[in-house]
Ligand binder design. Structure first.
Ligand code: FEO
Length: 404
């Protein structure tokens, strides 16, 4: 399948409508692997697709290049969802020259039998003319792998941004104005939270670089191509990478016999009564990717667990591990949960939150078996405490938010 994006650029990627697990990232709306064919006097393919889609992809390219394949293939990123089609491509079209930076070449050599491939290393800022169209390479290290790179096409004012600005959305529309904004924004936020967030400090310098480019189209490696909302997605990235939180309280919990769930409900009531945004997620029926997305802009987080085997429940441990890996810092909160004859759940969560250097607003809030009226009242008061802190943390900067 191919689609003309501009008179000289075609989308030649793959839509995987049914993918629901992208190396642990739950993809409820499916995935696309975007690849693009640029036509000057010579042709350049920008990235490939996942290996299992490579046979059809190569045949499509054969048809679209008169049987000879592209003159160049640019590898912006060596992760297999984009580089996985290279072996089939390079075997089918041995005269094609692979363009990539030195780090990418090294990583590719650890994945594939690259001997025999025609490779030309490119460097940051270097340009290669296709005749009428120019490829300019922009290194974006650790966004989100060491070799990550973007490619700019000045004649089209078009940036092939690789994973950055991507979203996991399988859709019939290829452009941002063909898919609802609430969907693409939510998925772009989820992508940022789950993939980009650990390297968020690299984003502002990249945005500064991009401000120096004329840019009318951003074509990422996943999801829709931005052409109508370029300013909005740049602004969203500026906001998410700033780590300025919303006046938002997130309550995460797992429960055994509903005691911790009742505590969570009272915390939610207490926070809601203060008029801030509140989101409550029971982790047993919520994917980690959604939890991370909601946590991204929450100023305060309460984490609750019943006590199981002198510790927290395993699904809460998974949440803690996941948020820690995402460097989900700068939050304030506290732990809560029930116990019977031994301590463990809320105490272990408290330790985990402290290890992430979150601001701890109070000691663990505990209930022996069912929470009584006094405990539930303490939960409501603790919810109000979260709300006050969230409003304080967000401060006057909340008016900057774009997705409210
Ligand atoms: Fe879409 Fe980092 O690969």
């Amino acid at each position: 399948m191919a689609l003309e994006m501009t008179p000289n650029v075609e989308w030649v990627g793959t839509i995987d409508w049914h993918e629901r697990d992208f190396h642990g990232f739950t993809t409820e709306r499916g995935v696309t692997y975007n690849a693009y064919l640029v036509r000057g006097e010579r042709t350049a393919l920008i990235d490939t697709v996942k290996a299992r889609f490579a046979p059809a992809f190569v045949e499509e390219l054969r048809n679209r290049t008169g049987g000879i394949g592209p003159h160049f293939v640019v590898c912006n990123h060596a992760e297999p969802d984009h580089a996985g089609g290279l072996p089939a491509l390079m075997e089918a079209f041995p005269s094609t020259t692979l363009l990539c930076n030195a780090k990418c070449r090294d990583i590719l050599a650890h994945h594939y039998a690259v001997d025999g491939w025609k490779v030309r290393e490119v460097t940051h800022g270097e340009e290669i003319s296709l005749g009428g169209r120019t490829l300019r390479f922009i290194d974006t290290p650790m966004l989100h792998w060491p070799e990550s790179m973007a490619t700019y096409l000045p004649e089209e004012k078009l940036l092939f941004s690789m994973d950055i600005f991507g979203q996991h959305v399988a859709s019939s529309g290829r452009f941002d104005d063909e898919v609802r904004w609430c969907v693409t924004l939510d998925e772009a936020k989820s992508y940022f939270a789950n993939i980009v967030q650990p390297y968020a400090r690299k984003v502002p310098p990249l945005l500064e670089t991009l401000r120096g480019l004329e840019m009318e189209i951003i074509a990422p490696s996943h999801g829709v191509v931005w052409r109508s909302r370029v300013a909005e997605i740049l602004e969203a990235y500026e906001e998410w990478s700033s780590r300025v939180p919303r006046a938002k309280v997130l309550v995460l919990f797992d429960t055994m016999w509903e005691s911790t769930e009742r505590m969570a409900g009272a915390i939610v009531d207490g926070a809601s009564a203060e008029g801030v945004e509140v989101v409550s997620l029971k982790v047993g029926n919520t994917h980690l990717a959604r939890i991370a997305t909601e946590a991204l802009d929450a100023a305060c987080v309460a984490m609750g667990s019943a006590t199981l085997h002198r510790g927290m429940m395993p699904r809460m441990a998974a949440v803690l591990t996941y948020l820690k890996g995402l460097a989900s810092g700068g939050k304030a909160g506290f732990s809560f949960g029930s116990f019977g004859w031994g301590r463990g759940g809320p105490e272990e969560l408290d330790e985990g939150m402290r290890a992430m250097k979150w601001e701890i607003l109070r000691e663990p809030l505990r209930s022996r078996y069912r929470p009584d009226a006094e405990t539930l009242e303490a939960c409501r008061e603790a919810g109000a405490l979260l709300a006050h802190r969230a409003r304080e943390a967000a401060g006057s900067k909340t008016e900057r938010r774009t997705d409210s």
